[in-house]
Ligand binder design. Structure first.
Ligand SMILES: Nc1ncnc2c1ncn2[C@@H]1O[C@H](COP(=O)(O)OP(=O)(O)OP(=O)(O)O)[C@@H](O)[C@H]1O
Ligand SMILES: [Mg+2]
Length: 244
């Protein structure tokens, strides 16, 4: 599903522009990464898509629905946006087994027990955790726990999946595997996916397009190869060189 930002801004009290004049159109089934240094506004932008943060300026659309337009006092709350999200601290519930962790977001949707079972079973299969339904997170590897969190983000068949530095807790080898897994699940489900990272290798390896951000603003939007071979601003040029 598509997502469109028109001149979106977030002004926090104290005159802090976390995000400014952000315009971008994400196509259905596209994998887009927000890439940039700490504090450049990546998480804030992601939270505005989910409705966890209200933009103070501009318009956000998901598909053809305006989900936020402060000028016209329009704001759709998170639970009505059908957006899945997985945070850096992915926080699977330690006291719940895998099945219950993944079923959790469905609790609020008035579904029958059998429908919940069906949906959870299907998503566990997608992330290759079938058979581990009754394990507790402490009985899983780091990568398996990460996949529980991913399954929880996928289970309500989100219109868009938002991932905020989801792999930063993993060691290098596992991170590499999860990158490939996430990309292949995204392609298999034709998911629209927005991925936040400050790791340019990760962004370039996984994404259809990369949005390079700096101080709340977009420096460049392009395919990984465009960003790498035709950096449009001094900031992007330096960022790409330093990260090599
Ligand atoms: N609630 C808030 N009140 C005031 N300023 C905030 C608030 N939340 C974030 N900011 C500021 O907005 C800017 C963008 O923050 P954001 O969390 O979006 O950055 P980020 O790109 O995700 O950084 P990181 O890579 O460190 O996670 C930062 O300067 C931050 O200090
Ligand atoms: Mg962040």
């Amino acid at each position: 599903m598509s997502c469109k930002f028109q001149n979106v801004g977030k002004l926090f009290p104290g005159n802090i522009w976390a995000v400014k004049d952000f315009s971008l159109e994400i196509k259905g089934g596209e994998f887009v990464s927000f890439l940039g240094p700490s504090g450049c506004g990546k998480t804030t932008t992601l939270r505005m898509i989910a409705g966890l943060e209200e933009n103070t300026h501009g318009v956000i659309q998901i598909d053809n629905d305006v989900v936020s337009d402060p000028k016209n006092k329009k704001f759709l709350p998170p639970e009505k946006r059908h957006v899945g999200m997985m945070f850096q601290s992915y926080a699977v519930w330690p006291h719940m087994n895998v099945f219950k962790n993944v079923a959790y977001p469905l609790k609020f949707q008035n579904l029958s027990k059998s429908k919940i079972k069906e949906d959870v079973t299907a998503v566990l299969k997608t992330v290759e955790l079938d058979g581990l339904e009754s394990r507790k997170p402490s009985e899983l590897s780091g990568g398996q726990q990460q996949r529980v969190a991913l399954a929880r983000g996928l289970v309500m068949k989100p219109r868009i999946l938002l991932l905020d530095e989801p792999l930063s807790n993993l060691d290098a080898k596992l991170r590499e595997k999860m990158r490939r897994d996430i990309r292949s699940i995204q392609q298999q489900l034709k998911l629209t996916l927005v991925y936040v990272t400050h790791d340019q290798k990760e962004a370039f390896q996984m994404s259809d397009r990369v949005v390079v951000m700096n101080k709340g603003q977009i420096e460049q939007i392009g395919t990984p190869s465009q960003i790498q071979t035709e950096p449009k601003t001094p900031f992007v040029k330096e960022f790409v060189e330093v990260g090599r």
